[in-house]
Design a protein around this ligand. Sequence first.
Ligand code: FAQ
Length: 340
Amino acid sequence: MQLPFHHLFLIKRPKTVSLHIITQHVPAMEINNFENLFEAKLAKNEMIEPKDWMPENYRKHLIRQISQHAHSEIVGMLPEGNWITRAPSLRSKLVLLAKVQDEGGHGLYLYTAAESLGTSRDEMLDALLTGKAKYSSIFNYPTLTWADVGAVGWLVDGAAIMNQVMLQRSSYGPYSRAMVRICKEESFHQRQGYELMTKLAFGTPEQKAMAQDALNRWWYPTLMMFGPPDRESPNSENAIKWRIKRETNDQLRQRFVNQTVKQVEYLGLTVPDANLKWNEAKNGYDFSEPDWAEFKNVIKGNGICNKERLTARNKAHNDGAWVREAAAAYGKKLSQPIAA
Ligand code: FAQ
């Protein structure tokens, strides 16, 4: 039976059968052939698709990264969502609403990409809601003023794009394709943030001070978004080998600093780093590292807003139970044959 397009969203998807289960019973010689095929595809820069054979650790690595990324988008709706009711104009409210909704959409594309690897939405959400799963450290910092909405769009979305542009060429097809669309939307987010910062930085002295204060508080947490330094990044080696990540945490962090300093200068603001200095030899800025002890503490669950964020996500999940039940009941009704 061909269902109308909108009905497809309401029906609970069957659990994906993953190829790794099938290949558990395949003789070792054949696995070798599969492995050669997998390696050959990577070498030719071809995408790995859900039905292709893949090493178990590649599959697990992707589920880890993509589900954490999805959680980050969903939790990332909260800091800015906090300002929707207090946006200072109808225009700014509309723009902010659209941006926050986009982040929700990104979460959904990413959960779907992760499901194609054989995990379920329920498993992933359970890990988030019980605090077992990680999500980006950045969303455990509070948005204290309207300028923070600008700083998040400009810096946080800016850092997200810096990282995600390379993920558009990630070796796993569904992840790579989700990234293409996400990057387009993130560019709009970055622009709305920079526009807001421009208004404040060229506004009254009080507004400029608000913009500087937001930059001071968001600069180092944004640098942490790229992950630990390469020397302490256990996942990078495989990620690069399997072409999941195309550049390392430190390379992307450096590129972000190089690009953003010019934007700070245009705004007439100051990067809160006394060691920031152009280095001709490396064709980039030298800059202070973030406080990695603070980073570790935040990802352990002890940041300023970790508890508040998980409480909010749990409340939303519980409040939405009736929607899931209604959708499942409607899906069941649709799947029953229509009486003659
Ligand atoms: N926060 O070995 P590595 C956004 C963990 S989207 C928390 O270097 P990897 C849009 C890492 O998971 C932002 N944990 O790991 C938006 C690992 O732990 P595990 C999210 C972090 O995977 C804007 C351990 O540390 N973007 O902002 C962080 O190679 C505005 C060791 O690290 C993505 O997720 C962190 N910052 O590199 C939404 C992009 N960094 O899992 C709303 C995709 C590291 O072994 C509003 N992800 N960890 O227990 C990636 O590119 C990578 O996963 C990295 C980390 C770069 C995040």
